[in-house]
Design a protein around this ligand. Structure first.
Ligand code: HEC
Ligand code: HEC
Ligand code: HEC
Length: 131
């Protein structure tokens, strides 16, 4: 009896099947951290880099919507996005317009990255961010 259990456990460990049960070794949660940092202009303009949670968007929205219809290119850093585009309803602004998703005046929700060393954060203006 005991011997069988030992054999089963040895097999599970051998084939790596127990790893998802050991805290810190579950590789699946890593998907949630697949955030994309967009920073072609932001930190140069005194804004924090944009952290785009790719995964939370991918679960509800089909790839085609962004990568074909809205013109987001597949390569990291290759999308040159400005707030002007967003205000005109392009890129993030196609949805973050107060209708499909919350509007683009909640600056901090997108500009949530860590300021790179040597870049200066723009001082907050009173009432700038209603969030
Ligand atoms: C809400 C819009 C949106 C949806 C939906 C979406 N993506 Fe993306 N994707 C982006 C953005 C934004 C980037 C970052 C591009 C950049 O860095 O300029 C990106 C980046 C990528 C990249 C490049 C990653 C890299 O590190 O270079 C790949 C590959 C990709 N997406 C695949 C997919 C696939 C596959 C799906 C569907 C399962 C999907 N995307 C759904 C917006 C989206
Ligand atoms: C095709 C529509 C679409 C596009 C394009 C899009 N988003 Fe979103 N986004 C959503 C929706 C829907 C939600 C969920 C809103 C809610 O929960 O009220 C969301 C939520 C978010 C969140 C919060 C995620 C969380 O964990 O709750 C962030 C941050 C965000 N978007 C940033 C961006 C950025 C940056 C871009 C452009 C690079 C972008 N989004 C483009 C539809 C979109
Ligand atoms: C829905 C997401 C989102 C919100 C909300 C948002 N931004 Fe942005 N912002 C972006 C993205 C994406 C970029 C391009 C990032 C890059 O590559 O540098 C950007 C770039 C910028 C830039 C540099 C480019 C340019 O247009 O000059 C500034 C400055 C900026 N944002 C200011 C703001 C301010 C101020 C607010 C609030 C009023 C705000 N943003 C809210 C997504 C957002």
């Amino acid at each position: 009896m005991n011997r069988n259990i030992v054999i089963i456990f040895s097999c599970l460990i051998f084939f790596g099947m127990l790893f998802p049960l050991i805290p810190g070794t579950n590789t699946e949660v890593a998907a949630e951290y697949a955030d994309k940092v967009l920073n072609n202009f932001a930190s140069d303009s005194g804004m924090r880099p944009v952290v785009f949670p790719h995964w939370t968007h991918r679960i509800r929205i089909r790839c085609k919507v962004c990568h074909a219809d809205l013109g987001f290119r597949f390569l990291k850093g290759s999308n040159k996005i400005t707030m002007r585009d967003i205000a005109k309803g392009k890129f993030c602004g196609a949805c973050h317009n107060g209708k499909i998703a919350w509007p683009a005046y909640f600056c901090d929700r997108c500009h949530s990255g860590k300021m790179p060393e040597g870049k200066i954060l723009m001082p907050k203006m009173a009432g700038e961010n209603p969030s």
